[in-house]
Design a binder for this molecule. Structure first.
Ligand code: GDP
Ligand code: IMO
Ligand code: MG
Length: 429
C-alpha cells in the first residue's frame, strides 16, 4: 500500500504545496480532495515560483497524474487561468496529465457574489473568507441545489438546472440583499464555453484513484486548508465549508479507508491564521511582526497579512488525534533562526484551570490563555543544511521536543521554500 494523505495541522498555509511537490517526484498520482480556489499552495523550483489554487501541486513532475477530486468545488474560470499560467511557462504538456471529477461541484457567479454579501451581512461576526464563493458552493451541494462538473457535458440538462437554481438565487439576491438579479443568458453562455474547453478533462477520478491504489501505485492526497479550518473539527464557525481532516481527504478523493495509509501532518514551526477566529498563541507584538516579515506571511490567495504566533502544541496534539497522523513534517524551521528563545504552547490556562484539550465553543476558545514551555533559540542560518546531524543542537532539541510531546516522528524538515531546501529523514515512497 502506498497511499499518503497530506494534512495541514493548524489553520492552513503550513507549506503543504512544497511538501506535496517534493513527494510527487516519486508519486504516480496526486489528488486534490476538497476545497477550491480558497487554497493557495506555493511551489518553488530554483528561480520559478508557482502558486496553485486548484491544480494539484504534483503537476510539475512529468510522470505524475493529477486529479481534481469529487469533494472539490471548482471555479472553471480560476482553473482556466491556472492552466494558462502553466502553458505560459511552457508546461502545456502537463495538462495532458490533468483530470477533473465529474462529481465535483461548480462554483457559480452567484456563489462568489453571495460570499461577499453574506460577509457584509454578518458585520462584526464575519468569517474573513477568501471571497471565492466556497461556503455558498458547499451550501448548495448540501442543500442539493448544486450544479456539478459533469453537468457541463449536457447542455440541455445544464440549462434546466441553472434556470431553476438561478430563479431561487435571484429571489434571495433581490429580497434578502436588495441586489439586482443575475442574468441567465450571461451565465449560461459563460459556462457553455467552459463545458467546451474542459470536456476532455472530465472523468471519473474516483475510479482512477481507486485503481491506482489497488494496483499498488504511489498515491498522494493533497489536503487543502488545515485541521482547525475543518467544518466539524475546527474553530467553528470560523472555518471553511469542507473537511480538510484526513477522513475528508479519503471521502473527497473517492477512496475508502484502506489499511496502511501514511497520514502526514504538515506543521509549520510556528503558527499562522488568516481571517477571523480564535488563535490562542497569536503574538500581537514584535514577535508576531518578526514571524510575519521573515516568514513572508501574506496570503497566497488574497495577499492578506497572516496573523502569526508561537507553535500551538495543544492544537498539534489534537490534529494528531483527529487525523490519525502517523508522521510529521516541520516546515519553515529556518524562520525561527535569530530568536534568543522559542516558546511552544503545551497547554491552555482557562480561569484557574490548566488544560491540554481544545475547547468546544468559540466563546471558550477566546478564554484560552497559552501556557508555554521555553526552549533556547539558535543564531545560525539553517537554510542550506541538508542533513539532520548538521542542524544546530538547539534546533534539534526543538524538533525532539515536538516529537516527544506528540509521540509522532518527524520525517521531513523544511528549511526554505525551494524544493531542495529539505531534510529527508524518512522516505515515504
Ligand atoms: P500551503 O497553503 O500549506 O501550501 O502553504 P502556502 O504556500 O500558502 O504558504 C507557505 C509559504 O511558505 C509559501 O510561500 C512557501 O513558498 C513558503 N515555504 C514553504 N516551506 C518553507 C520553508 O521551509 N521555509 C521558508 N522560508 N519558506 C517556506
Ligand atoms: P491553504 O490550502 C489559510 C480561511 C479563510 C477564512 C476561512 C473561510 O492555502 O492552506 P473560505 O473562503 O474557505 O470560506 O474562508 O478559511 N482559509 C484559509 N486560510 N489557508 C487556506 O488554504 C485557506 N482556505 C480558507 O481565510 O478564515
Ligand atoms: Mg496556502
Amino acid at each position: 500500500m502506498s497511499l499518503c494523505i497530506i494534512t495541514g495541522t493548524h489553520w492552513g498555509d503550513e507549506g503543504k504545496g512544497k511538501i506535496v511537490d517534493c513527494l510527487s517526484q516519486n508519486a504516480d498520482v496526486v489528488v486534490r480532495a476538497q476545497g477550491g480556489s480558497n487554497a493557495g499552495h506555493t511551489v518553488v523550483t530554483g528561480k520559478e515560483k508557482y502558486v496553485f489554487h486548484l491544480i494539484p501541486s504534483g503537476i510539475l513532475h512529468p510522470g505524475t497524474l493529477c486529479l481534481l477530486g469529487d469533494g472539490m468545488v471548482i471555479n472553471p474560470s480560476s482553473l482556466l487561468e491556472e492552466m494558462k499560467v502553466l502553458t505560459g511557462k511552457n508546461l502545456g504538456d502537463a495538462l495532458k496529465r490533468l483530470y477533473i471529477s465529474g462529481k465535483a461541484h461548480l462554483v457559480m457567479p452567484y456563489h462568489q457574489l453571495l460570499d461577499g454579501l453574506m460577509e457584509s451581512f454578518r458585520k462584526k461576526g464575519k468569517i474573513g473568507t477568501t471571497g471565492q464563493g466556497i461556503g455558498p458552493a458547499y451550501e448548495d451541494k448540501v442543500a442539493r441545489w448544486g450544479i456539478r462538473v459533469a453537468d457541463l457535458l449536457d447542455e440541455k440538462g445544464f440549462a434546466e438546472k441553472l434556470s431553476v437554481t438561478l430563479q431561487y438565487k435571484n429571489r434571495i439576491l433581490e429580497n434578502v440583499f436588495r441586489h439586482p438579479p443575475l442574468l441567465f443568458d450571461t451565465i449560461f453562455q459563460e459556462y457553455r464555453g467552459y463545458g467546451e474547453t474542459l470536456s476532455h478533462f472530465i472523468t471519473d477520478t474516483s475510479k482512477m484513484a481507486y485503481e491506482a491504489v489497488e494496483s499498488g501505485q504511489k498515491v498522494i492526497i493533497e489536503g487543502a486548508q488545515g485541521t482547525m479550518l475543518d467544518l466539524d473539527h475546527g474553530t467553528y464557525p470560523f472555518v471553511t465549508s469542507s473537511h480538510p481532516a484526513s477522513a475528508g481527504s479519503l471521502l473527497g478523493a473517492g477512496i475508502g479507508p484502506v489499511n496502511g495509509i501514511e497520514i502526514i501532518g504538515i506543521c509549520k514551526a510556528y503558527t499562522s491564521r488568516v481571517g477571523e477566529g480564535p488563535f490562542p498563541t497569536e503574538c500581537r507584538d514584535e514577535t508576531g511582526e518578526f514571524l510575519r516579515e521573515k516568514g513572508h506571511e501574506y496570503g497566497a490567495t488574497t495577499g492578506r497579512p497572516r496573523r502569526c504566533g508561537w507553535l500551538d502544541g495543544v492544537v498539534l496534539k489534537y490534529a494528531v488525534r483527529v487525523n490519525s497522523i502517523t508522521s510529521l513534517v516541520i516546515t519553515k524551521l529556518d524562520i525561527l533562526g535569530g530568536l534568543p528563545h522559542i516558546q511552544l504552547c503545551t497547554g491552555y490556562q482557562v480561569g484557574n484551570e490548566k488544560t491540554s484539550v481544545v475547547p468546544l465553543s468559540s466563546e471558550a476558545w477566546n478564554q484560552c490563555q497559552p501556557v508555554y514551555d521555553e526552549l533556547d533559540g539558535w543564531e545560525e542560518d539553517i537554510s542550506e543544511i541538508h542533513s539532520y546531524g548538521e542542524l544546530p543542537a538547539a534546533t534539534r532539541r526543538y524538533l525532539e521536543f515536538i516529537e516527544d510531546f506528540t509521540s509522532i516522528p518527524v520525517g521531513i524538515i523544511s528549511v526554505g521554500p525551494d524544493r531542495n531546501q529539505t531534510i529527508i529523514r524518512k522516505e515515504y515512497f
